[in-house]
Design a protein around this ligand. Structure first.
Ligand SMILES: Cc1cc2nc3c(=O)[nH]c(=O)nc-3n(C[C@H](O)[C@H](O)[C@H](O)COP(=O)(O)O)c2cc1C
Length: 234
């Protein structure tokens, strides 16, 4: 997929993988054990916070036997209509392709909050899925959403809810995080019943708190467990 971008590509902060094993970025399908089911972790991140959450959600998915995370991103959008991104990003996970949506049995969708809503690159990607909507590519598959804001009350829940809307149109089964997760009551930073989240502060720090990590991993595990139960095995 060639996306629209500005000319400067991705910076180093976009690359995730500070703590997780690199295999979570792009597992080679043929190397996965037989009957392993993959969950798509698809996110956009400019400064690394949503990327850090994606990493923890992927770790949670990998904690479920039989499940693996396939981590993908979307290109930036450009103010120059003709500008296109290289096929392969300079760093971080590969760009999402049609096969990723088709082959994965669940979806975790992440975006930074931009004025209380998802970021344009993710919206641009979603707006290009009319064919998948017609074909029901995502229908019946479980999904969850995650985000990051600079400020505590900067619109995490509106962003998470807005990200759910297109997924509902696709017939996806939306999942949040239940209050049976102790960190949901304890957190003084990110983490909501609508989905995992992070408060990055004015300096945009991608360093997650222990509660944010616990809730992101719990969300990944929960999504993977549900996806395995629902998945139709060949
Ligand atoms: C154009 C723009 C709009 C933003 N809007 C909000 C907002 O509404 N509320 C908020 O708390 N933070 C807002 N932010 C800050 C980002 O959501 C925050 O830095 C987030 O952690 C970035 O995630 P990332 O590191 O994955 O890119 C905005 C940032 C930009 C650039």
């Amino acid at each position: 997929m060639r996306g629209q971008v500005t000319g400067h590509g991705y910076n180093a902060a976009h690359s995730i993988g500070t703590t997780a094993a690199p295999f979570i970025f792009c597992p080679i399908r043929s190397s996965l054990p037989e009957l392993m089911q993959e969950i798509l972790v698809l996110y956009y991140s400019h400064r690394g916070s949503v990327g850090a959450l994606a990493e923890q959600i992927a770790l949670g998915i990998h904690q479920v036997p039989g499940a693996a995370a396939r981590v993908r991103t979307v290109p930036r959008v450009s103010t120059v209509c003709e500008a296109v991104e290289d096929d392969i990003p300079a760093s971080g996970p590969p760009y999402v392709e049609a096969a990723d949506l088709r082959e994965c049995v669940g979806l975790a969708l992440g975006s930074p909050t931009r004025f209380g809503n998802m970021a344009a690159p993710m919206k641009y990607f979603l707006d290009g899925l009319a064919g998948d909507w017609v074909n029901g590519t995502l229908a019946g598959k479980p999904a969850c959403v995650f985000t990051s804001t600079a400020s505590q009350h900067g619109g995490q829940e509106t962003t998470l809810m807005s990200m759910m809307l297109p997924l509902l149109h696709h017939g996806m089964l939306l999942m949040g995080i239940p209050y049976t997760e102790p960190a949901l009551n304890a957190t003084r930073s990110g983490g909501t019943p609508y989905g995992a989240s992070h408060v990055s502060g004015a300096d945009g720090s991608p360093l997650l708190t222990a509660d944010e990590i616990a809730l992101a991993q719990a969300q990944g595990r929960r999504l993977a467990e549900t996806a395995l139960r629902l998945a139709v095995r060949p």
